[in-house]
Design a binder for this molecule. Structure first.
Ligand code: F6R
Length: 247
């Protein structure tokens, strides 16, 4: 079940995302987190809230969606580095409560260990962005819906979309990632998906109004009982006005 909220711009997307996240920022909560450009504004607001209101993360647990294969942790574009820079270094979370799949070493064993760690907890709210090809996590089109944590080949579209981070370093976008599967994502009690920009309009349309199909991984969310989608006007441009609440 989707609750779709359309707002003017990215700043408002991040405000509403934070409003949605706020009730879950309490002892014992398990947060599913995403990387990429989309949740950066949300993380900024979480940091601000920690600093001004003293919201504590000491008893909060996190599970990230994915990581590139083969990047050392301290590589500037690893998702480990991203999460520390964008959030973890600025809040009081316990290092041992942070879970990010490892893209180094024995990948099969890492995937299995990640599933085992996730099986011990239930994610209260899973933050998602969406790829222009409809991916969630790094579950590219035609990933089986029942897949759990696994290694995946990134599509040319995704590698092109993410070249903006690697080009300035003179490096190639990695070809593979390790990611939670659709089945892990669907176990979260609530989902919060944020998207902005015209390049997300088709994927947002297909997720909400297309048929549920592995060709559009995000369409599986039509089967989830509690999904809040926060989009700006550009990302909502292929929806009808009756598909969303305007704020
Ligand atoms: C990130 C992730 C991806 C991104 C998606 C959108 O952990 O799993 O699914 O959410 O590629 O990326 P941005 O937000 O950079 O457009």
């Amino acid at each position: 079940m989707f609750k779709v909220i359309c707002v003017k711009d990215y700043e408002r997307v991040s405000d509403i995302a934070f409003e949605t996240m706020k009730p879950f920022l309490k002892d014992g909560s398990v947060l599913g987190l995403a990387t990429g450009s989309s949740p950066i504004g949300l993380y900024k607001r979480m940091i601000e809230d920690h600093k001004t209101n003293g919201t504590s993360y000491k008893n909060i647990y996190t599970f990230n969606l994915d990581e590139y294969v083969g990047l050392p942790l301290d590589h500037s574009e690893s998702y480990w580095t991203f999460m520390h820079k964008q959030l973890f270094d600025h809040i009081d979370i316990d290092d041992s409560h942070i879970h990010i799949p490892s893209g180094l070493g024995d990948l099969e064993a890492n995937a299995k260990a990640y599933d085992e760690a996730m099986d011990k907890m239930v994610v209260d709210i899973q933050v998602l962005g969406i790829g222009s090809d409809g991916h969630i996590g790094f579950n590219e089109p035609n990933t089986p819906f029942d897949e759990t944590t696994h290694v995946t080949e990134l599509t040319e579209q995704t590698r092109k979309d993410n070249a903006r981070f690697f080009d300035p370093l003179g490096e190639e976008v990695p070809h593979q990632a390790i990611t939670m599967g659709p089945a892990n994502i669907m176990r979260a009690k609530n989902v919060l998906l944020v998207a902005n920009g015209a390049n997300k309009a088709q994927a947002i349309h297909d997720m909400i109004k297309g048929e549920v199909s592995e060709a559009c991984p995000a369409s599986i969310l039509q089967r989830h009982p509690s999904v809040t989608v926060v989009v700006d006007e550009a990302a909502a441009s292929m929806l009808e006005e009756t598909d969303y609440e305007k704020r």
